[in-house]
Design a protein around this ligand. Structure first.
Ligand code: ADP
Ligand code: MG
Length: 275
């Protein structure tokens, strides 16, 4: 007679799968046992299951967003040392991590020399957006232009443009490292144009605005681009000493100090007696 007992469970499993409630399916027996023990009634049983399903669903969405963003590395602001870059407004960055600028369709431009944490901050803001369930894309400027050219050659440019325009946040890293061809510059300009007031874009660049013409080639195009990009913009000033350089210098200094430990010290001043 076990067949008759199993039937509702088999059917339930089928229905829960059709309704896309995997956590309900996985947890209902366990939660039912807990509820029996706690003498919790049916609404409480259903509430516990619904809460588990919602939490799982949020977690799955965030994971999907992070995978779809194609971050080269997952970095957060927790591991960012703000004291290393005094030119950067810490309060502004922490505020941006709340992602309100994305709902306002504002842009962010991080400017500064190499190694000052521009990519790190852009990745952290991208992660924060994913954690709020927002769609994010991360690309280098050169990579994006390459993709656009390839899509154009394969006659799927419109589809790629629509995908890029639909992202809540597009991060374009390293604008200015490589000069663009005229077609490349125009395709990139179109991306900015199509996102204008529809979504947010973060751009990182080692070039000050005055030098952007050298990347885009044409002065008119650069003007129009800056016009769109800086319409609603937060600028992150990130000029300073390269973090990597500073780290390796600090390591080297530590190494010298450590080596110094082996030399005879003056017991009073702590200075090394190398005479
Ligand atoms: P940029 O994009 O400005 O050239 P990156 O963001 O790539 O610089 O930073 C270079 C490396 O140093 C990365 O590994 C980054 O995580 C690290 N880094 C840079 N600035 C900081 C900082 N202030 N705190 C912690 N790590 C940092
Ligand atoms: Mg970088």
């Amino acid at each position: 007679m076990s067949g008759a007992i199993e039937t509702p469970q088999v059917l339930l499993a089928h229905h829960l799968k059709a309704l896309k409630l995997p956590t309900f399916l996985r947890e209902y027996a366990k939660v039912a046992a807990e509820c029996a023990k706690d003498r919790a009634d049916h609404p409480k049983f259903l509430l516990r299951l619904a809460e588990l399903e919602l939490l799982d669903r949020e977690r799955r969405l965030v994971e999907r967003r992070i995978r779809a963003a194609h971050f080269p590395a997952v970095k957060s602001l927790d591991t960012f040392d703000f004291t290393a870059i005094p030119s950067l407004n810490k309060m502004l960055v922490l505020d941006l991590a709340r992602c309100d600028y994305i709902n306002a369709h504002d842009n962010i431009i991080a400017l500064g020399n190499s190694g000052t944490g521009k990519t790190h901050v852009a990745l952290a803001l991208g992660l924060a957006a994913c954690q709020r369930g927002l769609s994010v894309g991360f690309m280098t400027a050169a990579g994006l232009v390459h993709q656009l050219m390839e899509a154009r050659d394969e006659r799927r440019l419109l589809r790629l443009q629509a995908q890029l325009a639909s992202l809540k946040l597009l991060i374009i890293d390293e604008l200015g490292y490589v000069p663009l061809s005229q077609t490349g510059a125009e395709l990139l300009f179109e991306v900015f144009s199509q996102r204008h007031e529809r979504g947010s874009t973060i751009v990182t660049s080692n070039l000050p605005f005055e030098d952007w013409t050298s990347v885009f080639g044409a002065e008119r195009l650069t003007g129009a681009l800056l016009d769109r990009l800086t319409h609603h913009v937060q600028i992150l000033e990130m000029n300073g000493e390269s973090y990597r350089l500073k780290q390796s210098r600090a390591r080297r200094r530590k190494g010298i100090e450590k080596a110094g430990d082996d030399l005879p010290h003056d017991p009073e001043t702590g200075e090394i007696n190398d005479s």
